[in-house]
Design a protein around this ligand. Structure first.
Ligand code: UDX
Length: 435
């Protein structure tokens, strides 16, 4: 059991703190956001993540988990410090390291131990771990032996707790064997494969993994676009491809593209780093280009079908960037909502979890329904942007009953063509024949 401090309690930091407490460590979570810390002290996560609140409350009750806004309280006795602050996209498209730099400074100013291990959980550009070590050392007020370890997260939003306890691998990168073995020991109770490597390779594993997953998505989306032209069915194609273990079935779901706070940022971040060192990444450039265009292909089909979007009443199903989260950061659904309204449509949107978050972005640009039925009633068209189970399980006859005309443009292939063909619904999807 170790005493661990987590600096930054967003999606990554809070999940990291709760799960490290769950396996028996004493964890202090520190964040500058007083509102969030107050909520977490009550056992409430500021964002939705399945099973997170239960584990949060359990470990608070067990006394394994503490929250504070006080950096001194969080750091003075700390020996192992996780940095899990955000690394958003800056105005110029590069990775914004302001929070990382602030965290490094706060650590330097508040630690009192002679030796510390700083573990970078945040996704940071290759080379940043060394920068963090330098930043801490230059801000120290006394001699401290600072060891740095890269321990990138591979958590998907909507399944972060599950992904932590069933991780395919835990990557630990460090140029200090002793520090790496201490962090390895901490992770042993998870019972997952631990991959030890050097600092730079660990940072590269994180970026390359996300870039490869994004590549799979843009690849299958391009093949889907070709399937539509030749009359093949992308779902059949993806299944047939995925039976080859070298390809695998996951991340071959064609649709309107990838969004979220990771793939878009990380693919741009990797290209940024490559540009800095004079290396082109032409495949990744194409992945981003395909993704940028993908959402408009289905939208243009919808525009052709309706003639135009002016004064059309359109139900937008889904605002979160993926199911089982309320996160709308770089959500394709949000971009579609903006585009439809810009072209004169009256958009009424429904999402099981992300309505409030979407309102902060879209405001009064669109209307918000409190149920799927309310959203589709008296509409000229439905556009599905997020593949929530609630949408997949929805009785299709309700589209026939409630819409002015049952026309669905499905950006996430929620319904099987067999099921749709039992109804009098005009159904357009991605990479599959029109029904
Ligand atoms: C991703 C990585 O999966 C995770 O390992 C990393 O740590 C963080 O980034 P996340 O962005 O939370 O996780 O969700 P993910 O499930 O990967 O979906 C990302 C986007 O890709 C979503 O917009 C989703 O709709 C889209 N997607 C995913 C597809 O379009 N097709 C797929 O087959 C899978």
């Amino acid at each position: 059991m170790k005493k661990i401090t987590i600096v930054g309690t967003g999606h990554v930091g809070l999940v990291t703190g709760v799960t490290l407490a769950e396996i028996g460590n004493q964890v202090v979570c520190y964040d500058i956001n007083e509102k969030y810390i107050a909520q977490m002290k009550q056992g409430i996560s500021p964002f939705y993540e399945p099973d997170l609140n239960d584990l949060l409350q359990k470990n608070l009750t067990k006394g394994q988990l503490f929250f504070t806004n006080d950096p001194k309280l969080a750091l003075e006795a700390a020996e192992i410090i996780y940095i899990a602050v955000g690394t958003p996209t800056a105005e110029n498209g590069s990775v914004d390291l302001n929070y990382i730099e602030a965290a490094a400074k706060t650590i330097a100013e508040n630690i009192t131990k002679q030796e510390i291990i700083v573990v970078t959980k945040s996704t940071v550009p290759i080379g940043t771990n060394n920068l963090i070590k330098q930043l801490i050392e230059t801000n120290l007020t006394y001699e401290v032996n600072v060891n740095i370890v890269s321990n990138p997260e591979f958590l998907r939003e909507g399944s972060a707790i599950y992904d932590t306890f069933s991780a395919d691998r835990i990557v630990i990168g460090s140029d200090c064997k002793k520090a790496a073995s201490i962090i390895e020991e901490i992770h042993r109770p998870f019972g997952r494969t631990i991959y030890l490597t050097d600092l730079l390779s660990a940072e590269m594993i994180k970026y390359s993994s996300n870039a490869f997953l994004a590549t799979k998505i843009s690849f299958i989306n391009e093949i889907a676009n070709l399937c539509e032209k030749v009359g093949a069915n992308i779902e059949e194609v993806a299944q047939g491809m995925g039976l080859d273990v070298r390809i695998g079935t996951q991340f071959l779901n064609a649709g309107i593209g990838f969004g979220g706070s990771c793939f878009p940022k990380d693919t741009r971040g990797l290209i940024q780093k490559a540009t800095e060192v004079g290396q082109s990444l032409e495949v990744l450039e194409a992945v981003i280009k395909v993704n940028k265009q993908q959402k408009y292909l289905l939208m243009n089909k919808a525009k052709q079908r309706l003639g135009n979007f002016k004064n059309k009443k359109i139900a937008l199903l889904g605002l979160a960037f993926k199911p089982n989260t309320n996160d709308v950061r770089e959500s394709i659904a949000i971009e579609i909502a903006s585009e439809l309204t810009m072209q004169g449509a009256m958009v009424i949107a429904y999402d099981p979890l992300a309505l409030e978050e979407a309102k902060q972005t879209l405001g009064k640009k669109i209307h918000y329904a409190s149920s799927l039925e309310e959203a589709i009633t008296d509409t000229d068209m439905v556009f599905i942007a997020t593949d929530w189970d609630e949408f997949k399980d929805f009785p299709l006859e309700k589209y026939e009953m409630l819409m002015n005309q049952p026309i669905i443009f499905d950006g996430r292939n929620c319904y099987s063509l067999d099921r749709i063909s039992e109804y009098n619904i005009e159904y357009y999807s991605v990479g599959r024949p029109f029904k």
